[in-house]
Design a protein around this ligand. Structure first.
Ligand SMILES: Nc1ncnc2c1ncn2[C@@H]1O[C@H](COP(=O)(O)OP(=O)(O)O)[C@@H](O)[C@H]1O
Ligand SMILES: O=C(CO)[C@H](O)[C@H](O)COP(=O)(O)O
Length: 510
């Protein structure tokens, strides 16, 4: 039974080719989520109980990316079309490691629509064109939003992976090089960065945004004068609002922005490349109205405002709505990112520890390369569910691994040369998964212990976000290993946190 499955009140498109019929998802997709049949599948004369969705000129091509759609709640309220304040909707989009998703909420924070997409894999030669993939995914997700709801969307915000860096030509809007991904380490730039920044500063890591900027600066001589640096979410937001070089103080942290003074430090402004640095606002700040061509294409209302974003693990923390110091959120996505709400700010690049600002407090933590990416290399989501159900979480695993998807670790050990350790592999797949889940939990526990040793507020309770949050057995393993209460967050999608930023932005605008 699909939750909330009912015909929706907005007009069904009259062009059969554009009508998409909803079909139940294959078993290994999350229950309650729907996938869209290929648009060429004709919709039966009588609408199925799942209803049909009008669509725009373009149909979703499952060949390009897989789509997960949730049912809509109370969409009847939006049948009449008048945009009163109480009916405004707020759009949050999360660009994670393996895919992107949107969440659409109303003023009360109720989810009105949500969709997930994996990234299409457009190749340029043998290399993946990530920017093209992200741009295609952004506009596909906007296409996915039910037409009947678009007209109520008052604001939009986007979160992305931290330190994912793009260098753009501000004359043409074109990329001047391929994007540098969040976990990519540029050791060639590290000696230069450590020579200009304070000792153990957050930027003193090979995967920092500043190392990526310095590496590009030292290996390019063309188009430097018109170059501008953007983070992944800045660039995606720029596609919607069209203003170059605007970021937020979470994304800007790893290029060297100081969120405590709300400014770039003098040692950074003294560099020859300082002019590439974006201007910085608080997350969820209004930037400007959505571009008119995009507004008309997707049916957004006049005055729909685009707001600054944040990073994916900060958005996940916002989604969990943890507000007291000592509360923490572990994002179990492709990576393991921990965020602890602390009254004190700490940073130490030797261990990959840094502090993000959250209003008048600090989100202390770091991001390990361990996590779901390793699981995905070995198990399907369906296998994870079946094998996890056969694990006794109260019994420790004797297996001692350091699960990494490839060479390199960022936190709680900052070592770009660290090798994965996933052997010996037992005969039993259940025991193997148990060993991996428990070993990732031990890394999480080491991370929280390190934060305490460095002076952060001691962790008292952990909420879980990301794809791994659905695994209750893993939560029980983590409770035993951490020695703390561990829960699934009420909202596990970072996109929900981005939607809260969009909601905040409208409030700031008014
Ligand atoms: N039942 C499960 N138990 C543990 N991990 C899971 C389970 N189902 C999915 N995952 C993991 O969740 C990850 C995807 O989570 P998600 O938050 O979407 O990642 P990201 O946003 O980093 O791309 C995958 O790497 C997958 O291995
Ligand atoms: O691992 C990641 C991708 O999912 C990012 O590094 C994650 O966002 C952690 O960075 P930050 O703490 O700056 O949010």
């Amino acid at each position: 039974m699909i939750r909330g499955s009912h015909l929706l009140p907005y007009p069904v498109c009259s062009h059969p080719g554009a009508i998409r019929k909803l079909v139940p998802v294959p078993s290994d997709w999350t229950s309650g989520m729907l996938t869209l049949a290929h648009p060429s599948t004709p919709c039966p004369g009588a609408h199925s109980r799942l209803g049909c969705f009008s669509s725009r000129r373009r149909c979703i091509s499952l060949a390009k990316s897989s789509v997960k759609m949730s049912s809509f709640e109370g969409s009847q309220d939006y049948a009449d079309g008048d945009l009163q304040g109480s009916k405004q909707l707020y759009l949050g989009i999360d660009f994670g490691t393996s895919g992107a998703r949107y969440v659409l909420i109303d003023k009360q924070g109720t989810i009105r629509s949500e969709i997930k997409r994996t990234y299409p894999q457009p190749l340029v030669g043998n290399t993946l064109n990530w920017a093209s993939s992200w741009r295609e995914t952004l506009f596909s997700l906007l296409e996915d939003i039910p037409v009947g709801l678009c007209r109520y969307i008052a604001s939009i915000s986007i979160d992305g992976t931290s330190a994912t860096t793009l260098i753009i030509d501000s004359n043409t809007g074109e990329l001047l090089c391929r994007p540098f991904l969040y976990n990519e380490s540029l050791p060639d730039a590290l000696p230069i960065v450590t020579s200009i920044a304070p000792e153990n500063h957050t930027v003193c890591s090979g995967s920092s945004t500043l190392c990526k900027l310095v590496s590009w600066w030292n290996s390019n001589n063309s188009n430097k004068g018109s170059a501008v640096l953007m983070h992944q979410s800045d660039w995606l937001l720029w596609l919607l609002h069209g203003k170059f070089g605007i970021s937020d103080y979470n994304n800007a942290l790893k290029v060297g922005y100081n969120p405590e003074t709300d400014s770039y430090p003098s040692w950074l402004l003294a560099q020859p490349f300082f002019y590439l640095l974006p201007s910085v606002k608080a997350p969820g700040s209004p930037i400007g109205c959505i571009k008119e061509d995009i507004r008309l294409r997707f049916g957004f209302p006049k005055g729909c405002v685009v707001c600054t974003g944040t990073t994916d693990s900060i958005a996940a923390f916002l989604a969990a709505r943890a507000t007291q110091p000592g509360r923490a959120v572990t994002s179990l996505g492709s990576t393991l990112a921990i965020k602890l709400l602390s009254t004190s700010r700490i940073e130490d690049a030797r261990f990959g520890v840094y502090s993000h600002r959250l209003d008048d407090k600090w989100l202390v933590g770091g991001a390990s390369n361990t996590g779901g990416a390793v699981l995905r290399q070995i198990f399907t989501n369906g296998q994870l569910e079946v094998l996890s159900s056969q694990i006794d979480p109260l019994v420790p695993s004797p297996l001692d691994y350091y699960p990494l998807p490839a060479t390199g670790e960022r936190f709680p050990v900052a070592d770009p040369n660290m090798m994965p350790r996933l052997h010996p592999r037992p005969e039993s797949e259940v025991e193997y998964l148990h060993g991996i889940l428990e070993s990732i939990a031990r890394i999480e526990a080491k991370g929280y212990k390190l934060l305490k040793e460095l002076g952060a507020t001691e962790v008292e309770e952990v909420f879980t976000a990301g794809g791994g949050a659905k695994n209750q057995v893993w939560i029980k393993i983590r409770e035993r290993v951490l020695g703390l209460p561990v829960h699934r967050a009420s909202q596990t999608e970072a996109a929900y946190g981005a939607a809260l930023l969009a909601l905040k932005g409208v409030g700031l605008q008014n």
